[in-house]
Design a protein around this ligand. Structure first.
Ligand code: ATP
Ligand code: MG
Length: 296
């Protein structure tokens, strides 16, 4: 079965139920832009401490692979305990920005991620000191802040105060900040010149009809345990998936998974144009219309 990779060629012999289970579980697919960004993160991790550390702002549409990428980096640099000294090192810490620009909530998110005890009654300054002290102790090099666009849920001044706090924290600790969010995050950070020049944007663009997209489809085909080849890179099939998905990897993945499950149910064992039209998948652009239809 040359359309499948080695591991999937084994899975394809399993029961329908087992195969569907595999399809619905998650598997990372590498692509050029993601690998480039991961490589940049690796450089940031070994960047020597200087008074003005470089930072990254990862920007992409919703459902286009930001959190997955950040988690991949985080997983590659998990906390370690040195057996001789029992010293805990947490090189990379992942947190989400709180749902509004509230520094107390932010410090609490960090303390939670560190599994550190804290008192919710503690004053903000005390929580800040606790965060700084622990991050120094565990030698954190990179703080990842996902969903940074949440700061836009506050007024201009609150946003500024929150961003100043991040700047202050980064200076205090001389760590790298990797912030991630949708495009609005870029404009929020760009309103502060000092911050804008500290954050290098890294962009995961929407998918378009090019070689990289076709490679992505081939990779999906290789990991979907179907017995017959689908030839997803054929122009009409590739175009159909792209236009249904609106160009995000999350929707591309959803469409292909739905179609693959159907291909098992109906014994076709491959994804074709006809099946793509019948998966019950509603494109993001049509979801509003669907709700409106339900409300009439
Ligand atoms: N490299 C990848 N390989 C396979 N699937 C992927 C990959 N990246 C993303 N996906 C799929 O896309 C979905 C959305 O990815 P992710 O949650 O990272 O998006 P996001 O950009 O963080 O979205 P949001 O802004 O809404 O948080 C994932 O659940 C996964 O199914
Ligand atoms: Mg996300």
């Amino acid at each position: 079965m040359i359309h499948l990779n080695k591991e999937t060629a084994h899975i394809v012999t399993l029961s329908d139920e087992e195969r569907i289970n595999r399809i619905l579980s998650y598997k990372w697919i590498g692509y050029t832009k993601a690998r480039e960004i991961l490589q940049t993160m690796e450089y940031l991790l070994i960047h020597p401490k200087i008074h003005r550390m470089p930072n990254m702002l990862l920007v992409a549409s919703t459902n286009n692979g930001k959190t997955i990428l950040l988690n991949r980096f985080f997983e590659a640099h998990k906390p370690v305990v040195t057996p001789e000294t029992e010293q805990l090192t947490i090189p990379v810490l992942y947190v989400q920005a709180p749902f509004k620009p509230d520094e107390r909530m932010f410090f609490i998110n960090i303390l939670e991620a560190l599994n550190a005890p804290y008192s919710v009654k503690e004053r903000s300054l005390r929580l800040y000191q606790q965060v700084v002290s622990i991050l120094k102790k565990v030698d954190t090099k990179i703080l990842i802040i996902d969903e940074i666009h949440h700061i836009l849920a506050g007024g201009y001044i609150t946003q500024r105060v929150f961003l100043n706090m991040i700047k202050y924290l980064a200076n205090d600790l001389q760590i790298v900040i990797i912030a991630s969010g949708i495009r609005d995050a870029l404009s929020a950070i760009n309103t502060d010149k000092q911050l804008a020049n500290r954050f290098e944007p890294a962009i995961l663009p929407k998918w378009t009809m090019d070689e990289e997209y076709l490679r992505l489809l081939s990779s999906f085909e290789a990991i979907l345990p179907l017995k017959n080849p689908s030839n997803l890179t054929q122009e009409d099939i590739a175009m159909k998936i792209l236009s249904l998905s609106g160009g995000t990897i999350g929707e591309i993945s959803t469409i292909l998974k739905k179609a693959a499950v159907q291909a098992i149910h109906n014994k076709k064992e491959c994804i074709d144009l006809q099946l793509l039209g019948r998966t019950g998948y509603i494109a993001p652009a049509n979801r509003q219309k669907q709700y409106e239809g339900l409300l009439i």
